[in-house]
Design a protein around this ligand. Structure first.
Ligand SMILES: Cc1cn([C@H]2C[C@H](O)[C@@H](COP(=O)(O)OP(=O)(O)OP(=O)(O)O)O2)c(=O)[nH]c1=O
Length: 191
């Protein structure tokens, strides 16, 4: 079946989650700089990045189809944690999250018909306390390196999650319920 949508994402998780909505899509891979502006609120930042990715994807798309993109950040005490830059950064993030509650914000944006619609989903996640040895072993697994907040709930990091209040798929990178609604509103999905 020919594609009805582009996904502007290099994330294998977003690809797998979008496939669950059972509509044919193709990938575009825009290069968008991810840098928070001074005093930019976390929610504004994650929304802006999703929108920038969708619009940059639309500029690259070979056909005039809607373009979906997303961005995920972790927020603890109002501080934004993105992907860890190196081991010390990753371990510092895990220490911040240990035994605490944090928010995972995932914004999705859909560029279509010359405009861009979006949705922001915030999920509360609580970690049990982690030992230094556990954090070091977890970093060594390689899993944290490409993930916001330095963990993956869908992998070994799931062992740290004592409680989640909200959307599991949003934490992994693409909120299924809200993305389906966004696609339906835009007429990309029907029935
Ligand atoms: C918190 C958390 C994040 N993540 C991932 C989702 C995202 O892929 C990543 C956050 O980085 P993003 O910058 O949102 O996305 P990305 O660079 O991986 O992909 P793209 O911009 O091309 O779409 O962290 C998990 O896989 N599991 C988790 O539990």
């Amino acid at each position: 079946m020919s594609a009805v949508l582009y996904l502007a994402s290099a994330s294998p998780r977003r690809r797998e989650l979008l496939a669950l909505l059972e509509l044919p899509f193709e990938l575009v891979l825009p290069d968008v700089e991810e840098r928070r502006l001074p005093h930019e609120a976390a929610a504004d930042y994650v929304r802006r990045l999703a929108r920038d990715k969708a619009l940059a994807g639309a500029a690259l798309a070979p056909r005039p189809l809607p373009v979906l993109a997303g961005d995920t950040i972790v927020v603890v005490d109002g501080e934004v944690l993105e992907k860890p830059a190196h081991e010390a950064d990753g371990l510092a993030m895990l220490r911040r999250l240990s035994g605490r509650r944090h928010q995972v914000m995932t914004a999705m944006a859909l560029a279509h018909g010359g405009g861009c619609d979006g949705v922001l989903v915030t999920t509360e996640v609580s970690f049990r306390p982690l030992t230094e040895a556990e954090m070091a072993r977890y970093w060594a697994s390689g899993e944290p390196a490409d993930k916001a907040g330095g963990y993956g709930i869908q992998g070994l990091g799931g062992r740290f999650v004592a409680r989640i209040d909200g959307s599991y798929s949003a934490v992994v990178g693409l909120p299924l319920v809200e993305t389906e609604a966004l696609l339906r509103q835009a007429g990309v999905l029907s029935g």
